[in-house]
Design a protein around this ligand. Structure first.
Ligand code: NAP
Ligand code: GLV
Length: 321
C-alpha cells in the first residue's frame, strides 16, 4: 500500500524524520533559509496527506483549495495567524501548532530583549567596535534599571507567565492584561490584573505576548503610546501587526516613550533601510524568539507527532481548530 506523503516547506535535519520513515514518504523544500516558492507549494499540496509548514507560509483558502487529500497542516510555531483555520476546518483539515515546548526559550528571549534595550547593550557593543571607548565616564551609556520596576504583560498566556516568573526573580512588580482574568496566575506569580489603560500608564516596561487576531490588530497604536510613561520601554515578541509601526516610530522619535525592543515586524523580513533601524533607542531582532537548537528541534518533533497521530486517525496532540 502507498504510504501517505508529507511535504515539509523548509529543509530540516533528516535524522528527525528517521523514526517515521516506515510510515510516510517525505518530500522537503531544498533550502533552510529560503521559503518554498508559492507555485511549488501549490503544486506539492495537490498530492500530499500532510503539510509541515513554517510561520511565513500563507496557508490560505487558495492554497487549501489546491489540495485533494490533505488531512493535516502542522505549523512549526505556536502562533497560527498564517493559516485560515476556519476554512481548513470546513475542509476537514486539522491544523496543529507547537505550544509549550517553546514557552521558556521565548520568554528567555523576551527578557533578554527587554534587558538589552533598557541597558543599551547593542549601542555599548557597537561603541567599542567603533573605537569610541576612550575613558570611563559617570553617565557613559547609562540606561534604565529593570529590577524593582513595574512590568506590564499584555497577554498572560503560556509565554506571558514564563516572563512573569523571570520578572519575579528581578523583584519586579507585575501587572497583566488579558480578556479573561487568571486568578491562579495572580496567586502563583503575584501578578495584578488591570485594564489595558492602567497597564499602559503604570508600567515601566510593556511587553506584548498576545496572538495576532482581528482584535489585537494595531493594539499598540498612537493612543496606546501616548498613555505610556515617557520613561517606558516597549517590547514586542508576539507579532509585528499588533503594533502600528508608524505610531511607534513617532513615539520613539518624539520622546513619547524611551525605547523599544522588537523581535517581530509588520512585514518580515524587514529591509536594512526600515525607519525603526535608524533609531538608537531601538533594538531589532529577526524573529528569533524560540530560536535555540533544542527548542526548534522539539518544535519539529511535535509537528511530526501531530502528523503521525492525525494520519493514524487519532486525536492530534495540539490542535488549534
Ligand atoms: P497563549 O498561551 O494563547 O497566550 C496568549 C494570551 O493572550 C492569552 O493569555 C490570552 O488571554 C491573551 N489574549 C488573546 N487575545 C487577547 C486580546 N484581544 N486582548 C488581550 N489579551 C489577549 O499563547 P502563547 O503560547 O503564550 O503565545 C503567544 C504569542 O506569542 C503567539 O500567538 C505568537 O504570536 C507569539 N510568539 C512569538 C514568538 C517569537 O519568536 N517572537 C515565539 C512564540 C510565540 P485571553 O484569551 O484571556 O484574552
Ligand atoms: C513564533 O513566532 C511562534 O509563533 O512560534
Amino acid at each position: 500500500m502507498k504510504k501517505p506523503t508529507i511535504f515539509i516547506t523548509r529543509k530540516i535535519p533528516t535524522k528527525l524524520l528517521e523514526p517515521y520513515s516506515d510510515l510516510f514518504d517525505f518530500k522537503m523544500w531544498k533550502k533552510e533559509d529560503e521559503p518554498v516558492p508559492r507555485e511549488v507549494l501549490e503544486d506539492e499540496v495537490k498530492q500530499v496527506d500532510g503539510l509541515l509548514c513554517v510561520l511565513s507560509d500563507q496557508v490560505d483558502q487558495s492554497l487549501l483549495n489546491q489540495s485533494n487529500q490533505l488531512k493535516i497542516v502542522a505549523n512549526m510555531a505556536v502562533g497560527f495567524d498564517n493559516i485560515d483555520i476556519d476554512y481548513a476546518k470546513k475542509m476537514g483539515v486539522v491544523v496543529t501548532n507547537t505550544p509549550d515546548v517553546l514557552s521558556e526559550s521565548t520568554a528567555d528571549l523576551g527578557f533578554a530583549l527587554m534587558m538589552a534595550t533598557a541597558r543599551r547593550l547593542n549601542e555599548a557593543a557597537q561603541y567599542i567596535k567603533n573605537g569610541q571607548w576612550k575613558n570611563w565616564a559617570p553617565f557613559l551609556l547609562a540606561g534604565t534599571d529593570i529590577h524593582h520596576k513595574t512590568l506590564g504583560i499584555v497577554g498572560m498566556g503560556r509565554i506571558g507567565e514564563a516572563i512573569a516568573r523571570r520578572a519575579k526573580g528581578f523583584g519586579m512588580n507585575v501587572l497583566y492584561h488579558n480578556r479573561n482574568r487568571k486568578r491562579e496566575a495572580e496567586v502563583k506569580l503575584q501578578a495584578s490584573y488591570v485594564q489595558m489603560e492602567e497597564l499602559l500608564s503604570q508600567s515601566d516596561f510593556v511587553i506584548s505576548v498576545v496572538p495576532f487576531t482581528k482584535e489585537t490588530n494595531k493594539l499598540f497604536n498612537k493612543e496606546a503610546f501616548e498613555k505610556m510613561k515617557e520613561s517606558a520601554v516597549f517590547v514586542n515578541i508576539s507579532r509585528g501587526a499588533v503594533v502600528d509601526e508608524n505610531a511607534l516610530y513617532y513615539a520613539l522619535k518624539s520622546g513619547e516613550i524611551k525605547a523599544a525592543g522588537l523581535d517581530v515586524f509588520e512585514q518580515e523580513p524587514i529591509k536594512s533601510d526600515h525607519p525603526l533601524l535608524e533609531l538608537e533607542n531601538v533594538v531589532c531582532l529577526p524573529h528569533i524568539g524560540s530560536a535555540t537548537v533544542q527548542t526548534r528541534t522539539e518544535m519539529i518533533e511535535l509537528c511530526l507527532k501531530n502528523i503521525a497521530t492525525v494520519l493514524e486517525e487519532k486525536a492530534p496532540l495540539t490542535p488549534v481548530n
